[in-house]
Design a protein around this ligand. Structure first.
Ligand SMILES: [Zn+2]
Length: 148
């Protein structure tokens, strides 16, 4: 049983041929990025072609799940009604450790929005949204947060 931060009514991501491997890894609580097997470039989000060398050959490269806040915003208005009691919440771009600058957009959880600063260390916190769907959220590194 993992923690939950967002309601079931959140729009579910739709996997496609390029992202299904990423979502399969996420379901197993493995944070990965796409690695070009021709030049070694790491990229996220997944795409069909390496932006550096144009190769279509790639594999999934596992990350430690740590990173730093690259930028963030605080959401104060619910875009779906069931989010109203989650306000305010933090949308964050995390620069992933060991990912050659690749970033992921997610949520920073278990934190007061006014405590968030650019550059703060964060770590992945998996949220199981269903039996085959896990979404990586992030929390302040080393902080076992309390539910809000
Ligand atoms: Zn490449």
């Amino acid at each position: 049983m993992t923690e939950r931060w967002f309601p079931d009514e959140m729009p579910m991501p739709a996997a496609n041929a390029e992202t299904v491997g990423w979502w399969e890894a996420a379901a197993a609580h493995r944070l990965v990025v796409q690695r070009c097997t021709a030049c070694g470039h790491l990229r996220h989000p997944p795409g069909p072609v390496c932006p550096r060398c144009r190769s279509s050959a790639s594999e999934w490269s596992a990350l430690a799940g740590t990173g730093t806040v690259y930028t963030f915003t605080v959401v104060r208005q619910a875009f779906i009604p069931s989010l109203a009691d989650k306000l305010p919440y933090v949308v964050v771009a995390v620069e992933l450790d060991g990912a050659q600058g690749a970033r992921i957009v997610s949520n920073l959880v278990d934190v007061e929005p006014e405590e968030v600063i650019v550059g703060m260390p964060v770590e992945v916190a998996w949220e199981d949204m269903g039996p085959e769907l896990a979404v990586p959220r992030f929390r302040v590194a080393g902080h076992r947060g309390e539910r809000r």
